[in-house]
Design a protein around this ligand. Structure first.
Ligand code: FMN
Length: 346
């Protein structure tokens, strides 16, 4: 951990995050150049990633850090969750560090500046890498499904893929959208809009780690039926694993970081086996090292994301992971990261 990251840990988590946003925006040029290696380049459904490591949704909610995040080494950036209208989110405090567990519990509730500002930022970014937009409904919306459709129409043209977030635990009733009767309508209507586009954008569905395999099978069926391109596994968890030691474990909200790694990996493993390797899988949850990222890739993820570990370790973590990933690929006798996808899960 750097001196600055250590200092940030002394601030309340949300203040530290806002400060980090400013630092990333104006200070990314002070950081050394990002590590690059041909063995990390990967092409996923026609999109070229300079490496498979992305920043997960929630860090750059308003698409204002796309260029600096790509510059410091991420292969892709997923912005959002953005909602049609700006909203404040839940009352503060709403982010809690579990320092002893390398974890966070948050109940932010989609705080963001709304779709108009988001699109303006998306358009003005130089985008020297892949950019995804993660979308959700406003908390007080009368019709959640309409919100997704409305925002998809406005956003898809300006990014490489769109993630449908039906898995945040902090908007009341949002996770109900993962029930068959709602998910079917949502995916059917979205796919209709997508099929009418001149440039077809990829759609990813982001799911939670707190469900049963039967439930995930139902999701896979719908995803296949409506030609959704892939699944992001997973969002934060409402579970509280026994191993948690920090007193903040009692806070309400979604748990992220090291303690959800096994849970997310289990979902990823199941998805890869059940989908015959036809879907794009993005593995997220508890990635703190190159080995964590590599394990997700070997379980079947073509791409990997992280968030919580960045807040504990600082931006140098990105280069560290990329450098070590290259070694892990070589040690296994692969020449490119894409050869490792699913290697441990066939
Ligand atoms: C403070 C915070 C805010 C988040 N906000 C969002 C969000 O707006 N949309 C979303 O899909 N996921 C959000 N997430 C979940 C992350 O994208 C990710 O799925 C989860 O944290 C697991 O990854 P990690 O263990 O590397 O943090 C958030 C996570 C954190 C810690």
């Amino acid at each position: 951990m750097s001196f600055l990251t250590g200092l940030l840990q002394l601030l309340p988590p949300e203040t530290a995050h806002n400060f980090t946003i400013q630092l990333t925006k104006y200070g990314s040029s002070l950081l050394g150049s990002a590590f690059q290696d041909q063995s990390l380049h990967t092409n996923v459904r026609g999109l070229n990633f300079k490496n498979p490591l992305g920043i997960a949704a929630g860090f750059d909610k308003n698409a204002e850090l796309i260029d600096p995040l790509l510059k410091i080494g991420f292969g892709f950036v997923e912005c959002g969750t953005v909602t049609p209208m700006p909203q404040f989110g839940n009352t503060q405090p709403r982010v809690f560090r579990l320092k002893k567990d390398n974890a966070i519990i948050n109940r932010l509730g989609f705080n963001n500046k709304g779709e108009k500002r988001f699109v303006k930022n998306l358009i003005s970014a130089k985008k020297s890498g892949i950019v995804g937009s993660n979308i959700g409904p406003n908390k007080d919306s009368k019709n959640f499904i309409d919100d997704y459709l409305k925002i998809y129409r406005k956003i898809s043209i300006s990014c490489d893929y769109v993630t449908i977030n039906v898995s945040s635990p902090n908007t009341e009733a949002l996770r109900d959208l993962q029930r068959k009767e709602y998910l079917e309508v949502l995916l059917r209507e979205l796919s209709q809009i997508r099929d009418e586009e001149t440039i077809r954008k990829l759609i990813m569905l982001k799911i939670d780690p707190d469900n049963t395999n039967d439930h995930y099978s139902m999701i896979i069926n719908l995803v296949n039926k409506y030609n959704i391109d892939g699944i992001i596994a997973t969002n934060t968890s409402l579970s509280r694993p026994e191993i948690l030691r920090d007193l903040n474990k009692k806070r309400e909200g979604g748990l992220s970081g090291a303690p959800i790694k096994d849970l997310s990996d289990k979902v990823l493993k199941f998805l890869y086996r059940e989908t015959n390797q036809e879907l794009i899988l993005i593995g997220v949850g508890g990635v703190c090292s190159a080995l964590d990222a590599y394990n997700k890739i070997k379980l079947g993820a073509s791409l990997v994301q992280l968030y919580t570990s960045l807040t504990y370790c600082g931006p140098q973590l990105i280069n560290e992971i990329l450098i070590d990933l290259v070694k892990l690929i070589k040690d296994d006798g692969f020449t490119n990261i894409s050869e490792a996808v699913g290697a441990d899960n066939r």
